[in-house]
Design a protein around this ligand. Structure first.
Ligand SMILES: *[C@@H]1O[C@H](CO)[C@@H](O)[C@H](O)[C@H]1NC(C)=O
Ligand SMILES: *[C@@H]1O[C@H](CO)[C@@H](O)[C@H](O)[C@H]1NC(C)=O
Ligand SMILES: *[C@@H]1O[C@H](CO)[C@@H](O)[C@H](O)[C@H]1NC(C)=O
Ligand SMILES: *[C@@H]1O[C@H](CO)[C@@H](O)[C@H](O)[C@H]1NC(C)=O
Ligand SMILES: *[C@@H]1O[C@H](CO)[C@@H](O)[C@H](O)[C@H]1NC(C)=O
Ligand SMILES: *[C@@H]1O[C@H](CO)[C@@H](O)[C@H](O)[C@H]1NC(C)=O
Length: 301
């Protein structure tokens, strides 16, 4: 069996088919649901527990020996190492979220998406985001008018809420900014509103702040701290009221973080998401993949 036959089912490079929360425009009729399965993979449980959570309620699979986790982690690394074998020398250094690196996890109890922890602001604060290839905006629960409860009983974690006033590096994004896609008075903060295909919404104002990233694939990991624009999500409705995570949109738009990173010359305008059956995955920015790899172009909306 060739390596690519093994790897192809595990890698979907920027597959639009993965879109779960498609931002609604007329005639875009994908539907999504936030299914609440009370189910955790042992590995996801370990991942959340390792960074502070107790790992959720009482109904967890009891697979968790240290050896089991070590074997899984080794398996992940081996697959990823082969995936990034140097057939394309130009993408040697990638970027991933700091401090947990490229690791993502599928958390069924929060809906059928993959999630990652990332850090934003000064002092840095950690946030949980759903990774969504079907929409472009990155937003966080923020200065809440209406947000999900911050304590998440599935993860046994209290999730943070962003506040521009609590971050010394936070900047407002004025309506006059080229990134502002709303019509509003030039000197006011740029509002945003997103409607997703399941009817859930988020609205608030755009802000800019430091996103903590780290290099991967090069010699020693280096931190990279670009300023990115994201939504301060003050009012969420629908599925976003079930859990206090934010959304990290990965589709094509000048506001999408991969595009912002590429506009700074930090990465090529690409990323890879990789999924494995143990519910863990990988997200790397700037990964152009290998020439033999199957690709699905993203269609901008
Ligand atoms: C939840 O996490 C806390 C520590 O953060 C821990 O003390 C507690 O036992 C955990 N509860 C459950 C049900 O896992
Ligand atoms: C990548 O670099 C290696 C050694 O530097 C070289 O042998 C190989 O041909 C390069 N591959 C490509 C696709 O450029
Ligand atoms: C912002 O800081 C204040 C004062 O320390 C604190 O009470 C509040 O909870 C913080 N807000 C957020 C969203 O972290
Ligand atoms: C915006 O500009 C108008 C006219 O120049 C001024 O009256 C108003 O106070 C400004 N608003 C803010 C928030 O700076
Ligand atoms: C992704 O993270 C794993 C560890 O979690 C690491 O071994 C691997 O090298 C990372 N990928 C890249 C491209 O650096
Ligand atoms: C939140 O947004 C919804 C949908 O746009 C709206 O109906 C509701 O009035 C808003 N709530 C607040 C507190 O602004």
């Amino acid at each position: 069996m060739s390596p690519s036959a093994v790897l192809n089912p595990l890698l979907l490079l920027i597959a639009a088919a993965l879109a779960a929360l498609t931002a609604v425009k007329p005639a875009a009729a994908d539907t999504i649901s936030f299914e609440l399965h009370h189910k955790f993979s042992a590995r996801v449980q370990e991942w959340t527990a390792s960074r502070g959570g107790g790992g959720g309620g009482g109904d967890l699979p009891a697979k968790g020996t240290a050896e089991f986790y070590a074997a899984l982690a080794h398996h992940d690394r081996r697959l990823h190492g082969r995936l990034l074998a140097p057939s394309d020398n130009s993408s040697a250094e990638l970027l991933a979220f700091s401090p947990y690196g490229n690791v993502t996890a599928r958390i069924d109890s929060l809906g059928s998406l993959y999630y990652a922890f990332l850090e934003v602001g000064t002092p840095k604060q950690e946030f949980l985001v759903a990774l969504d290839t079907g929409s472009y905006l990155f937003w966080l629960p923020c200065d809440c008018l209406q947000c999900a409860p911050s304590y998440n009983s599935y993860l046994n974690l209290t999730l943070n809420t962003y506040s521009p006033g609590n971050s010394s590096t936070s900047q407002s994004v004025p309506c006059s900014s080229s990134l502002c896609q709303a019509s509003c008075p030039a000197n006011s903060s740029c509002p945003y509103e997103m409607l997703y295909a399941d009817g859930s919404t988020t609205s608030g104002v755009l802000v800019a702040d430091t996103l903590y990233l780290m290099t991967e694939g090069g010699a020693a990991p280096r931190s990279v701290e670009p300023t990115v624009v994201f939504g301060c999500g003050m009012n969420q409705t629908g599925g976003f009221l079930t859990a206090g995570f934010g959304l990290f949109g990965l589709s094509i738009n000048s506001l999408a973080v991969p595009n912002i990173l590429a506009s700074y010359g930090l990465i090529s305008n690409s990323f890879s998401m990789c999924f494995s059956e143990d519910h863990l995955g990988r997200l790397d920015f700037g990964d152009k993949g290998s020439p033999q790899q199957q690709e699905t172009p993203l269609v901008g909306r």
